[in-house]
Design a binder for this molecule. Structure first.
Ligand SMILES: [Zn+2]
Length: 250
């Protein structure tokens, strides 16, 4: 599972600007934290931060930079702005897919994820924005997410207050929508403990009848007689068995 995250605007284009905040900065900060939150669950590619995917579309270098066909899905992050630039009327999250998109799972999931944190859900809409259309033409489902309204004080206050949850919720939504089956990344301690359990289970396996003669010979000869016939042999145990075989260990 392989997701391409694109932070909208940048490379000289700030996107929406309000109250000292720039959309291009917010999309990059959030993309980094969504990527971090997805680690271990999903391979995440990031469109080069110093570039502006839309400008690259205009100059014809988008496809080569993005390599869309390597990905299972594309999520392009933006923040909304109302034409009036005033606080109050327009709030919430919305997501866009192209007019021909048949796979709206990711778009619905990211909207619902932010709705669960208190953002009004403006729903999944269809528009052939340049970058998601380019991805779709390469056969990759693509979503343009307008996280919330950068020029709405309530939206941004909620966004700031629950920022960590926003990043985590978007990551969870993407992982679920892209078919992550729920395995969590394993810690080293968990790996060791499972390995030990596996070895114990192996050791407890009963040997087959085919080896009966050989086992009797080993046991009566004192070569190998701990009965752990399903376990793996360490070099240390091999050394001891050979020593026993040579008659020195008895
Ligand atoms: Zn934007």
């Amino acid at each position: 599972m392989n997701l391409l995250l694109i932070a909208g605007h940048g490379a000289g284009d700030p996107g929406a600007v309000w109250n000292g905040r720039r959309e291009a900065d917010e999309t990059r900060r959030l993309a980094a934290d969504v990527q971090q939150a997805l680690s271990g669950r999903c391979t995440v590619g990031r469109y080069p931060e110093a570039r502006n995917a839309y400008s690259d579309y205009q100059t014809g270098s988008l496809n080569q930079t993005a390599q869309f066909s390597q990905y299972d899905a594309v999520l392009e992050l933006h923040f909304n702005a109302s034409a009036a630039g005033t606080d109050g009327n327009l709030k919430g999250v919305e997501a866009y897919v192209t007019t021909t998109e048949t796979d709206t799972a990711l778009a619905s999931a990211v909207c619902s994820a932010l709705e669960s944190l208190g953002f009004p859900n403006r729903g999944v809409k269809r528009k052939n924005w340049a970058v998601i259309s380019a991805a779709r033409r390469q056969g990759v489902p693509a979503v343009l997410l307008e996280v919330c309204f950068l020029d709405d004080g309530d939206d941004m206050a909620l966004y700031d207050r629950r920022y960590n949850e926003v990043a985590a919720a978007l990551a969870d939504a993407a992982a679920n929508a892209l078919g992550w089956k729920g395995e969590k990344p394993m810690t080293y301690e968990e790996f060791v403990s499972m390995q030990e359990r596996y070895e114990q289970e192996r050791a407890a396996r009963l040997p087959g009848a085919w080896s009966a003669q050989a086992r009797t010979w080993c046991e009566t000869g004192g070569v190998l007689n701990d009965g752990r016939y399903g376990s793996h042999v360490t070099r240390e145990e091999l050394a001891q068995a050979l020593y026993n075989l040579a008659g020195k260990g008895r």
